[in-house]
Design a protein around this ligand. Structure first.
Ligand code: SF4
Length: 174
């Protein structure tokens, strides 16, 4: 199992990059739920010790917390940043991936997940449409992963400076 962790971690990093890249154009197509502001008590949240793994989708990840609500387990992602009116699309997809993992690992589909920013907390419904948009992204990522040459998708030097692939990438921007 430990030998799987590095590729899985890399896969998650790729997911994060792809989610940011995809998020803008997915929202309109998928009709992403914008989220509803809720109040939630962090003292009731339980930290997640081990990453969750879904072999069927080749997905792994660890939400910051899981909270039991009735019969459901709800994933919670905590962001230190502030947000204005609505959560960021990339964060919605990240949370959707955690909902997918919770369903795979625990056999119960979360009705929603929670995005907690420093100034606001949102409940994001895990709808079939959101799940479908996430599956589209995962499929596209797998397709790109099979390609030998994938061109850089941005012109942002700061993004390259903070990238974990900088040492091996031949398209880095200095
Ligand atoms: S270093 Fe390469 S992989 Fe990383 S962000 Fe820049 S272009 Fe993309």
């Amino acid at each position: 199992m430990p030998s799987l962790l590095l590729p899985l971690a890399i896969f998650l990093i790729i997911i994060a990059i792809a989610l940011f890249w995809q998020a803008g154009r997915r929202q309109k197509a998928a009709g992403l739920p914008g989220g509803r502001v809720i109040s939630s008590d962090p003292r009731l949240w339980g930290p997640v010790e081990e990453p969750l793994y879904d072999p069927h989708h080749g997905l792994t990840g660890k939400p910051d917390y899981l909270v039991q609500q009735g019969d459901s387990l709800i994933p919670i992602e905590v962001k230190s940043s502030r947000v204005s009116a609505a959560p960021y699309d990339a964060h919605i997809f990240q949370l959707a991936a955690y909902c997918m993992l919770v369903e795979s690992v625990y056999g119960k589909r979360p009705h929603h997940g929670i995005l907690h920013y420093s100034n606001r907390t949102f409940a994001i419904d895990y709808t079939p449409e959101l799940e479908s948009a996430l599956l589209d992204i995962l499929e596209e990522m797998r397709n790109r992963d099979r390609q030998k040459d994938v061109s850089r998708s941005h012109a942002d030097p700061a993004r390259c400076r903070g990238c974990g692939y900088r040492q091996t990438c031949d398209q880095t921007i200095d």
